[in-house]
Design a protein around this ligand. Structure first.
Ligand code: JFZ
Length: 477
């Protein structure tokens, strides 16, 4: 059978299964190529109705704020190799310093993060207002932070620590009601033969081998472990793939999709490779000026300038910057996945905890303006494209104006005011007729004076801002 025949044959079967109304995950899938928008194996979401798809994504869409955790052997190197500081991201140290596989692997012999306390991490996460947590189960260095029978280079078998932090975190997250997901570097693996290496390719003969063999001997078996061994704690809620290369063909990627499809509620991002678009977009270190209309998206961002711990990186963003980012992202309908990088003792650096907890304090008062909201109703752009400055690709850079942002829920619009205007606040016109205006932080819900016409809405605000970083005005309709 030639290619086209086979495709038509399978499409026929796919249509038949729809007629028989099998549950989506049991339907026979059409064979196709990514170029025409279809795949060798169709992701389960593509076989669902819109209502099913929405239900599947509901927790994620309501969450708006998550905590990313990059933790691995690189935390022990902490940005230094042979006594010298190594530039670039902490978790990339093996690649940047071109460390031989055998030398890097030796880090495991002394990795003993005895101060790690899953309950403490999750309590901190909870107090900072995140609804989900995504941790590196295996980063590009190939070291598994979980018990793996598929590969002995893992935290239980190769370190004196001998504990599985993912298991402990899964239990703690389940107890405290935080969704728990795994980052897994499926494509790059710098210690397994055949694993991919970006930024210059392999640098050690021990890395040479077939990518397909690596996938079959390590990545796929480990993904199976991750999908099977944490189920009693409802984990993982999502898999966060990363850095796909052309090695990940549609055929190879589809082997992974077959696995993922066995867990119809499992979400996964757009970085699998092989042409798969996944459940959500993942802009990294930036906030798209208009969001991704019609798509789910999540901006991931470092809290300083590295994902994995570097002892010299103290360039922490201010709480104001972080909170404004969260508000900005929510106003565009996205999620904020904010990273922390625990050290080799198992402790999340105090300046990172402090910032997370300050965001949490704000959310305790103002969370209604963030969780389970949608993008605001105003089309106003809070910024301009720079006439002079361009990004690496030559496109003009977006310069945000940090004045205010809006989110919405049925019957309410939330205006997070970032620059307090004094007693008079003017907003653009809005379709809904406002019936009442209050400050979210005002426990007594005192009505503010306002007027509305086709030119806009004018509100009389208190003289001083209830919050020094962002104060939320609520327009009821
Ligand atoms: C990727 C990872 O490489 C990074 O370590 C982190 O996990 C982040 C969330 O996702 O980001 C990249 C990808 C590629 C490059 C830099 C960061 N690169 O090629 O320079």
């Amino acid at each position: 059978m030639d290619r086209i025949d086979r495709r038509e044959f399978c499409l026929g079967l796919g249509a038949l299964s729809t007629v028989l109304i099998l549950p989506p995950h049991m339907q026979v899938q059409a064979a196709a190529t990514p170029e025409n928008g279809q795949y060798p194996v169709e992701p389960v979401k593509d076989t669902m109705t819109q209502a099913q798809r929405d239900a599947r994504m509901a927790w994620w869409n309501q969450a708006r704020f998550g905590m990313f955790i990059h933790w691995g052997l690189y935390a022990q190197a902490a940005g230094y190799w042979n006594g010298k500081p190594v530039p670039f991201l902490g978790e990339w140290i093996m690649n940047t310093a071109k460390i031989p596989v055998a030398d890097y692997q030796k880090l495991a012999a002394t990795f003993d993060p005895t101060k790690f306390n899953a309950d403490a991490w999750v309590s901190m996460a909870k107090a900072s207002g995140v609804k989900y947590m995504v941790i590196t189960s295996k980063h590009h260095d190939g070291f598994a932070m979980f018990k793996s029978d598929a590969n002995k280079f893992n935290i239980v078998d190769a370190t004196p620590f001998k504990r599985d932090p993912l298991k402990e975190l899964a239990i703690a997250c389940h107890k405290q009601g935080i969704k728990f997901g795994f980052y897994y570097s499926q494509d790059q693996d710098w210690t397994a033969p055949g694993g991919a290496a970006m930024r210059g390719g392999h640098w050690d003969k021990a890395q040479d081998g077939s990518f397909a063999e690596y996938l079959h001997a390590k990545a796929i078996p480990q993904l199976k472990e991750l999908l099977a061994n944490y189920q009693s704690e409802d984990a993982p809620a999502e898999i966060w793939f990363d850095t796909p290369t052309p090695d990940m063909t549609p055929e190879l990627a589809s082997e992974i999709v077959t696995l993922l499809n066995q867990h119809p509620n499992l979400l996964w991002n757009n970085r699998l490779g092989g042409g798969y678009s996944g459940d959500f977009e993942t802009p990294e270190q930036h906030i798209p000026p208009q969001g991704f209309p019609g798509k789910a998206w999540e901006t991931c961002m470092t809290i300083n300038d590295t994902w994995g711990f570097k002892k010299d990186d103290t360039n922490f963003k201010s709480t104001e910057t972080l909170l404004w980012n969260l508000i900005d992202i929510a106003s565009k309908g996205g999620n904020y996945l904010l990273n922390v990088g625990p050290d080799a003792t198992g402790v999340i650096p105090q300046p990172e905890q402090d910032r997370m907890l300050e965001i949490g304090k704000w959310l305790k008062v103002n969370g209604e303006a963030i969780y389970d909201t949608q993008a605001g109703p105003f089309s106003q752009e809070h910024g301009v494209y720079s006439p002079t400055e361009k990004d690496k690709k030559g496109n003009p850079i977006w310069v945000p104006v940090w004045d205010w942002r809006a989110t919405a829920k049925p019957g309410r619009v939330f205006i997070s005011i970032l620059q307090w205007p004094g007693t008079k606040c003017t907003l653009p016109p809005m379709d809904a007729r406002v019936t009442k205006a209050t400050m979210l932080a005002d426990r007594k819900h005192r009505a503010l004076k306002f007027s509305q016409n086709e030119k806009g809405i004018t509100i009389t605000l208190p003289e001083t801002a209830p919050d020094p970083i962002a104060s939320v005005l609520v327009l009821h309709s």
